[in-house]
Design a protein around this ligand. Structure first.
Ligand SMILES: *Cc1c(COP(=O)(O)O)cnc(C)c1O
Length: 322
């Protein structure tokens, strides 16, 4: 007997459409094996509505490829000697240092041109170049036949201005070096908005229903339905959970779902959820409400995560199919 923990594919597709309505197609970020839910599984749900995918590395690219014919962008540089394989798998590689660039130039010569991604700080510290290094890097790209997808990662509102200034300066550096800029992207879920949409939005946790402060009309795609293992009627004295929670004068159901399943222990608030153990949750039954549905379409992913004292990413990854 296990809780039924699933994703609503219709909601996920509607969420992708809600982000795309901000003005740019969505690249579904399915790193860490699709936030734990299975990258191929997410691709089967999303392939009709997303422009492309984003994964971390060659292994994730290889795992995802059987599920989609769409472009797959990589967040990190290929390992030395592995660029050819990444390209053969239809990956769009990242290039953040001169050794990787030299390898890309050789592949470009062999293949009659190549598109790579170049991240500009604060893209992500491990896979980007500093704006001040852009002119020299652009000069090294020029003449190789390489076109670049310039990207950055606007992660904070407070530093958005600085990040964008560096990004635009780098864009100018590549342009004046004569490098073709194939596309640009800058925003994830938190920074998704019209002015930052550029050529695509890179959305991960937003597909599950998180907004992280952005104004997107998405909904909770997480579904947690737990079997009832015991009911306490009104007036029936007893102890639910692991003995420290009095049922008192309330009707209570004990459900087979707990923090071992990714349902955060901190969601126990004493009002509705009485206790959350490793496998069992004790919950007050309300008239007309489905006591088995612990998380559903009416929930707000960010609000749930905040109540649990964790990030929305942790909530989503924690609930993933084990
Ligand atoms: C993980 C990641 C994303 C997606 O982030 P979410 O907050 O899950 O939407 C976008 N861009 C980069 C560079 C990332 O590493």
């Amino acid at each position: 007997m296990r809780p039924d923990i699933t994703l609503d594919g219709d909601v996920m597709r509607a969420n992708a459409a809600a982000f795309a309505a901000l003005g740019a197609p969505v690249a579904a970020v399915v790193k860490h094996d699709g936030y734990g839910w299975g990258a191929r599984r997410l691709a089967r749900e999303l392939d009709g509505v997303v422009e492309s995918y984003v994964v971390s590395d060659e292994d994730e690219l290889a795992a995802l490829r059987p599920a989609t014919a769409k472009p797959v962008r990589l967040l990190t540089d290929a390992q030395p000697g592995r660029l050819g394989r990444v390209l053969d798998l239809g990956g769009i590689p990242n290039v953040a240092n001169r050794a990787a660039l030299a390898e890309a130039a050789a592949e470009s010569a062999r293949r009659g041109g190549l598109t790579v991604r170049v991240g500009i700080l604060d893209a992500a510290g491990w896979s980007s170049i500093r704006p001040q290094d852009a002119p020299a890097f652009a000069a090294a790209v020029a003449g190789t036949g390489i076109a670049v997808e310039l990207w950055t990662h606007v992660i904070s509102d407070t530093r958005a201005g600085t990040i964008l200034e560096g990004f635009v300066a780098a864009m100018r550096a590549f342009e004046s070096a004569g490098v073709r800029i194939a596309s640009t992207d800058a925003a994830g879920t938190a920074s998704a908005r019209r002015g930052l949409a550029f050529d695509r939005l890179r959305v991960g946790v937003g597909l599950f229903g998180s907004r992280l402060g952005s104004s997107v009309d998405n909904g909770c795609a997480l579904r947690v339905v737990a079997p009832v293992v015991r009911r306490f009627g009104p007036g029936e004295a007893g102890w639910a959970g692991y003995g420290d929670t009095a049922v008192e004068n309330r009707p209570v159901a004990v459900l087979r779902c707990g923090y071992g399943d990714g349902f955060p222990k901190a969601l126990a608030d004493g009002a509705d959820i009485l206790s959350v153990g490793m496998q069992y949750t004790a919950r007050v039954m309300h008239d007309g409400a489905d006591v088995r549905a612990l998380i559903g379409g009416a929930d707000d992913v960010d609000e749930l995560a905040a109540r649990a004292g964790i990030s929305s990413h942790e909530l989503v990854v924690g609930l993933a199919w084990k």
